[in-house]
Design a protein around this ligand. Structure first.
Ligand code: GDP
Length: 301
């Protein structure tokens, strides 16, 4: 329910534009395809994904000899569904069933990394798991304290060093603390400053190496956190982070209050990455698993 409410802006705009388009037109022609492209780009599906999507539609319309615009609508839903299902196998968090699960969070400042870690810790705690947080963003002023505040609020330990210290050392300590305290889950925050991208990417590579070395099989997930309100810029960020670490999934935050939900399609199509979690507000329980059926339902109800 929360998922649908969070998507309400995207849903409202998209549904009304699409039903308006298909009620006005009675034949499938170039104008219809063009207007459809505009609607998709308006929902932040992205130019490349939109062009590919509409190309697929044209092919299918020809192959199936479709004449009615109304049929085109269900075909569109089918083609979008195809894109989302491509990564469906990878949609769930990879939990280590017999030992410590380590999840690394990356992304630029302000996208909602720290908040997402707090929310996810809250969820795991409620499931009866022992969670530890590692305050690896030693750069952003206040990031360590912010994570500690979450830790206190939900009752989980936070491993921290002082501001400005080496993030890889914090994560190292996090892994060893998690092991000796027999934790189930270690959630690692990292820095997201963009003032010096090269340094940041080198730092993330180092953190990644330390995790791999200290905990075989880890990190189980490397989640790139993207802010839905930044639209197509988020895809640029994803490509940059993808060069430094092997991203395994996306957390799309701030979906509440934005009509840019079409980004989910672009993320799957252009980055070939699953959206694993979505942020739908600032509170502890405003984090949901991504559900492709509900997402489609929101677009085509
Ligand atoms: P970080 O720099 O990536 O760690 O970002 P923060 O976790 O500090 O989040 C930045 C701001 O975004 C904070 O004010 C959060 O409360 C807010 N925020 C994070 N996730 C969401 C979300 O899903 N929805 C909304 N509306 N706000 C969010």
């Amino acid at each position: 329910q929360k998922f649908m409410t969070g998507l309400s802006k995207t849903s409202h705009n998209f549904v009304s534009a699409i039903s308006d388009l298909f009620s006005r037109t009675n034949r499938i022609d170039e104008d219809l395809y063009e207007e459809l492209e505009e609607i998709l780009i308006g929902a932040d599906v992205g130019v490349k994904t939109t062009i590919d999507l509409v190309e697929r539609l044209r092919e299918e319309v020809k192959a199936r000899k479709i004449k009615e615009p109304a049929e085109l609508k269900s075909l569109l839903s089918e083609v979008i569904s195809e894109i989302l299902k491509r990564n469906e196998q990878e949609q769930h968090l990879r939990l280590n069933e017999d030992g410590l699960t380590v999840i690394l969070f990356v992304g630029v400042n302000g996208v909602g990394k720290t908040t997402t870690i707090g929310k996810l810790a809250h969820r795991f705690k409620n499931e009866g798991k022992k969670v530890i947080l590692a305050a690896g963003d030693t750069f952003r002023a206040g990031a360590i304290e912010q994570l500690e505040t979450w830790g206190q609020r939900i009752g989980v330990d936070v491993i921290r060093h002082q501001a400005g210290s080496d993030p890889a050392a914090v994560i190292y300590d996090g892994i060893h603390a998690a092991r000796s305290r027999k934790a189930d889950i270690l959630l690692c925050d990292t820095a997201g400053r963009l003032q010096n991208k090269v340094n940041l990417m080198e730092e993330l590579k180092k953190v990644h190496r330390v995790v791999q070395r200290e905990s075989p099989g880890a990190p189980h997930d490397v989640l790139l956190v993207l802010d839905a309100t930044t639209g197509q810029n988020a895809l640029v960020q994803a490509r940059q982070f993808g060069q430094a670490v092997n991203v395994s999934g996306i957390v799309l935050t701030k979906l509440d209050g934005t009509a840019k939900g079409g980004m989910v399609i672009a993320i799957n199509h252009e980055l070939n990455l699953p959206v694993k979690l979505v942020g739908l507000g600032e509170k502890a329980d405003d984090l949901q698993d991504f559900d492709s059926d509900q997402f489609l339902h929101a677009l085509f109800r």
